[in-house]
Ligand binder design. Structure first.
Ligand code: ZN
Length: 117
């Protein structure tokens, strides 16, 4: 059975994923939150980096818009990780990726706003 969190293929009847310690029989809400947190963390980092790149190439509006969006998405990602059953290595990784999202988004947003006003 495939782990819903990391995609690792576990033997049938496994309770905890061998790769990331995901509990395979957890409730749908926690499961959904776990999946959301994976997507949100990566999207937040991508949006945050886009914001910084926009700032570096002097596109102030894009730096600001992506910065605000990235801050919101990374905040959601960290909440989703907390509400999910994601544990161990995957949890640390997701929190770190969402953290990159927050830092880059705030930097991009501040640069964008500085250029605009
Ligand atoms: Zn897993």
């Amino acid at each position: 059975m495939k782990c819903p969190a990391c995609g690792h293929d576990n033997p049938e009847g496994t309770l905890f994923c061998e790769e990331c310690d995901w509990r395979m029989d957890q409730t749908p809400k926690k499961l959904r939150m776990g999946i959301n947190s994976v997507y949100a963390a990566y999207i937040a980092a991508a949006v945050g980096i886009t914001s910084v790149v926009s700032a570096l190439i002097d596109v102030a509006w894009a730096a600001t818009v992506f910065g605000i969006a990235g801050t919101a998405i990374s905040g959601y990602a960290q909440t989703a990780v907390r509400l999910s059953h994601v544990k161990g290595k995957l949890r640390t990784t997701l929190v770190a990726i969402a953290g990159i999202g927050i830092v880059t988004s705030v930097v991009g947003m501040v640069y964008g706003l500085t250029m605009l006003f």
